[in-house]
Write a protein that binds this ligand. Sequence first.
Ligand SMILES: [Mg+2]
Length: 259
Amino acid sequence: MRPISQISKKEVGQIKMVVFDVDGVLVPRGTKIKQVGQTTTLHTKVIAQKQIEQIKELNKKGFLINISSGRGLYMLQDMFREVLPFVSLTYENGSATWYKGKIYQHINSFEYLRKIFPKLKEIKNKNIKGFEPKEFIITIHCKKKVPAIERVVKKEGGLYTIWNGEAYDIGIKKRQTKALGLRHLLKIFKLKRANVMAIGDNYNDHELLRESGIPVSADKNRLWGKFHIPLKGKLLPADILMQKILSFLKQEKYFTSQH
Ligand SMILES: [Mg+2]
């Protein structure tokens, strides 16, 4: 893995689309959730002004920007309201994509998850904080790992659990991943894998990074990438990445105006 600072102009020149994970990449890690009886409260973060400007700038330079998250669409629309005209949103681990008001559904998980849902609801454990409202996957927020959840999912068969440190995502094994979303995007935008740079920081980004031509890991301990962005530091990984790409474009402009 090379540090992102070593990416070459030629490599940047290949990129037509950048796929960003959300938590830990475009916004700091962590979703606050509280469930009391039938009431679920979610506290979300909104994209910072600096990243809004960077995304607009990248878009203006001709890059496609995809935001790919395990979160639900309604939350992503809320978080990225300011940049909606400039991005596509792939949500619930590659299950569907929103682009300019149109929805592309990539998988139908209804029959796979229908039976397990009540079984998961029955589990009583003080570490379970609540179910996050989702359409295509199941997400259960927990204070720490809950073995009973993993057992129920394993017994059902054909489904995965991904523990990301604050919640379990449950979906269709091997299929319902961010890579599925990317494969559909390649068709929608008529792109090749080699033209896609993807950045993620967690286990649910594993398939996405493997599917992309230029994978960037924002957490070396959890994910492999061709490039990595050091975890330490005050800047968000997406900030560092966009700064780097834009620095090449500004350079280019400088050279052409000089000669
Ligand atoms: Mg993440």
